[in-house]
Design a protein around this ligand. Sequence first.
Ligand code: TXA
Ligand code: MG
Length: 312
Amino acid sequence: MTVEILPATTASIRRAADILRSGGLVAMPTETVYGLAADAANADAILRLYETKGRPHFNPLIAHVPDTEAAHRIGQLSDTAEKLSAAFWPGPLTLVLPYAENGSVCDLARAGLNTIAVRCPAHPAARDLLAEFGSPLVAPSANISSRLSPTTAQHVAEQLGSKIDLILDGGPCDRGLESTIIDCTQQRPALLRHGALALEAIEAVVGALAVQDSNDKPPTAPGQLLKHYAPKAALRLNAENPGQGEALLGFGAAQADLNLSETGDLREAAKNLFAMLHALDAKHTAIAVSPIPDTGLGRAINDRLQRASKRD
Ligand code: TXA
Ligand code: MG
């Protein structure tokens, strides 16, 4: 059975909220990537969510809320967290906070931690769904665990089509990379995941962050596994030219099968990254990728490419 894909309208959003209330799973567009939404308070729904994604139960989920007021009901915001939410919400920023007593997010969604990851998304369909639903929705990226993240409704249907209850189509994601995650549970805020909001923008508001290099230390965002976001094709990074049998995913002036941004614009490259990997992965068994500058959004792009290039 193939899942229904409905344009995000008032009627389909109402229907999505009903499905979520009865413990169902709905793919929703956000400005970063498509999320697979479930009622954060419903442990049965969360269990099904983990199973559907093939996601390890020790990997906690992000609770999505419509505004900072709703964030206060599930997490404790430090001064730094208040500053960050004021500057960047709604938007592609997730804050890890001490979990609020009497919060409604079930243990399973938090993987038993006494902290909670919270994000207020900017996409109008996600905001309408949160308003209609009326309490927090957890939403991991709507892909099979460790595979490429979805930036269109079609990507979701390809990976999860028969296993979920509805896909709301809100068009291609504007940012194309997951949210940046900042740990606000300690005195000094720390970067847990590079993402769609550049480090430089965050540091302009709260000063230098503590950065964890999860490539050689145990990750603090438990989901930052080394192999992640992976296509089936082999991926070779920092390639000046494609080798025999390789497709080239270019950046800048490269003569490429697909080009992340001919003008070398990192925002455009971030937006295209997963969609172009999906497209090349469907036709090729090996993909070479041009060098990407390691500044601004380039850091998040390189982080995703590094993880995507790891083999089992
Ligand atoms: O842009 C996004 O953040 C998307 C959209 C759908 O909102 N969601 C997303 O969720 O990327 P997911 O589940 O694919 O990634 C969530 C990350 C994981 O790496 C997880 O380990 C981390 O957030 N995380 C969740 N709760 C945490 C916590 N309490 N402490 C540290 N890391 C946490
Ligand atoms: Mg994910």
